[in-house]
Design a protein around this ligand. Structure first.
Ligand SMILES: *[C@@H]1O[C@H](CO)[C@@H](O)[C@H](O)[C@H]1NC(C)=O
Ligand SMILES: *[C@@H]1O[C@H](CO)[C@@H](O)[C@H](O)[C@H]1NC(C)=O
Ligand SMILES: *[C@@H]1O[C@H](CO)[C@@H](O)[C@H](O)[C@H]1NC(C)=O
Length: 557
């Protein structure tokens, strides 16, 4: 009997199941040819007439001729971005009746010659050397057009007329370096698009009067905004002020900004007074002083997101900034990638539902004794300088609605002697991965937690007498030093266990006896000596589903 048992035990095997979902259903009608980055200087002559998608981006092609693509009658998508094409004659495509996607962005185009028949859905002419907008009157018949990428150094209202009646989902307009000498501020007023992205010239002080308040636009993105010369005379503030009149605008995104602290605060305040709901700023360089004046906290804005900010050495009290952020009357606030070292507790009951302060330099004193974050549901403090878990546990005590907390990628440890365990009872998802936590972490966990991520810590054993976590469904303890599979005595609902990259060699039977509800187990990269045959039910959901029943059968033998 013992022999049989051991023989059976010698069955192998792989509990680790990586699953590959085959999404690629090959569609016979598509014929893809990728000749990108192959050093081409001319159109290749050996292309199959069956080609439907042709990528020749990042080469040195200077010219497209009709003879090059005449025979590619099935061609639908042609990508020629990052080449050296100087002139484009749309009539070269007159025999490519299926062509609907043409990307000639990032070339050296100065001229375009038009021809009616092509029915583009996507036409990208952005990042080229055009002076005037490359919009010909023939574009007026592109009824299918969903995306139009343009570039120019001069804008005229009349240039937009041919497409004013089209309803284009997205328009990208890249303004060349010499833009701004002669301007017609209302040039874009007749554009009819839901999303407009304007890229201003790089490295140039913002001296433009361009009214970007396109009446149909719901999303507006503005890139390259440099306003550093004077706090008071930043023309960009006037551009933004125009947006206050537009009621359809819902999302505003600013990126690549170089400005002063004072101008930033003005930008935020102007955005505050529009009707939009989402405002994001990313990739910002700040300089100068903050002369803090009063800040008007009330707004119809719901979401503010600020990411990737570098600032000169602070030579003014930062508490003004923290005070401003913490008292904002909005639902969702992200301040991430900013070197921020602290955040204050809101001085009144706060409407924050979601706070993402990941990737900063915050320490354990954040929101210490803070009783005003009562609506907060999600808090992300990933990638900061948190050290003592006990402080974080105490912090959550006053957050009566907190459901999700991410404190992964810090240096958190949990002191054995700590005897207060005051996790917010409402917590459902807790991510403590990539810290330096040990077995003691199991002595104090949120009582209703459903998903617990503890991967990449220093856990060697899950103690048997841990707090009873009846709601725990998903436990990730991968990349620790565990020598055994856990028993489920304390985790009666556990359905998914991830424990690959540990040191389990001889799993004890407790796991198989007590973990009846497990439907998914990932335990690869453990030095199993003898184990478990896994009967896989590959039909079920994402692979890696292992039935506890299969284990039972084996163990009975
Ligand atoms: C443009 O088209 C979209 C969808 O195709 C539609 O939702 C939108 O109302 C249209 N806008 C205008 C101004 O016609
Ligand atoms: C705020 O963030 C939460 C969590 O990600 C999200 O569910 C909610 O939709 C966001 N609110 C708004 C107004 O987008
Ligand atoms: C926990 O955070 C890490 C990154 O810090 C992420 O990779 C992981 O997916 C998160 N776990 C859960 C359960 O969301």
């Amino acid at each position: 009997m013992a022999q049989i048992k051991s023989r059976i035990f010698h069955f192998v095997i792989i509990i680790m199941l990586t699953c590959e979902i085959k999404t690629q259903i090959s569609d016979e009608r598509e014929f893809l040819v990728d000749r990108s980055k192959t050093g081409l200087t001319h159109f290749p002559k050996d292309l199959s007439p069956k080609t439907t998608v042709l990528d020749m981006s990042q080469n040195y092609i200077a010219e497209i001729q009709s003879s090059n693509i005449l025979l590619l009658s099935k061609l639908k998508i042609l990508i020629l971005s990052h080449n050296r094409i100087q002139a484009l004659d749309i009539s070269v495509f007159k025999f490519n009746r299926e062509l609907e996607y043409l990307d000639v962005s990032h070339n050296e185009l100065r001229t375009i010659t038009c021809h009616p028949p092509v029915n583009f859905k996507h036409l990208d002419l952005s990042f080229n050397a055009f002076d005037a907008l490359p919009i010909c009157k023939e574009f007026g018949s592109l009824n299918q057009l969903e995306f139009l990428g343009l570039s120019a150094t001069q804008l005229h209202k009349s240039s937009v007329q041919p497409i004013a009646h089209l309803n284009i989902s997205r328009v990208l307009l890249v303004l060349g370096d010499s833009y701004g000498e002669k301007e017609e501020p209302d040039s874009l007023q007749d554009l009819n698009t839901r999303s407009l992205h304007v890229v201003f010239p790089t490295k140039k002080e913002f001296h433009f009067f361009l009214d970007v308040s396109v009446s149909t636009a719901v999303n507006l993105e503005l890139s390259n905004i440099k306003c550093v010369l004077s706090d008071n005379r930043c023309y960009f503030l006037d551009v933004l002020s125009e947006l206050q009149k537009k009621s359809r605008l819902s999302h505003l995104t600013l990126n690549h900004i170089e400005t002063t602290w004072n101008t930033l605060i003005r930008i935020i305040q102007i955005a505050w007074r529009t009707n939009m709901e989402y405002f994001s700023i990313s990739d910002m360089k700040l300089q100068g002083q903050l002369d803090f004046t009063s800040f008007d906290y009330y707004t119809s804005l719901k979401v503010l997101s600020i990411r990737q900010v570098v600032s000169d050495v602070f030579n003014f009290p930062q508490s003004n900034i923290y005070q401003m952020f913490s008292n904002m009357k909005i639902q969702n606030l992200t301040v991430s990638g900013t070197h921020m070292v602290h955040m204050l507790c809101p001085s009144q009951m706060s409407p924050f539902l979601y706070l993402d302060f990941s990737n900063n330099l915050l320490t354990d004193v954040i929101f210490e004794n803070c009783k005003t974050l009562i609506a907060l549901k999600t808090l992300n403090l990933k990638m900061n300088q948190l050290k003592e878990l006990a402080n974080i546990i105490l912090m959550t005590k006053e957050m009566k609605s907190l459901q999700q907390l991410d404190i992964s990628q810090n240096s958190l440890r949990y002191d054995e002697d700590e005897n207060t365990c005051s996790w917010a009872e409402s917590l459902l998802r807790l991510n403590m991965s990539s810290n330096i936590l040990t077995d003691s972490v199991f002595r104090c966990l949120p009582p209703k937690v459903q998903v617990l991520d503890l991967h990449n810590n220093r856990i060697t054993n899950i103690p048997k007498d841990v707090a009873y976590l009846e709601s725990l469904q998903e436990l990730n303890v991968a990349f620790n030093s565990l020598t055994d599979l856990p028993g489920c005595g304390a985790f009666s609902s556990l359905a998914a266990l991830i424990m690959d990259h540990n040191s389990v060699s001889h799993p004890s039977t407790d796991f198989f006896q007590s973990c009846q509800k497990i439907t998914s187990l990932k335990a690869g990269n453990n030095p199993f000596q003898c184990t478990l045959t896994a009967h896989l039910d590959t039909n079920k959901e994402i692979g890696g589903i292992l039935h506890a029943n299969a284990f039972d059968r084996m163990l009975i033998i």
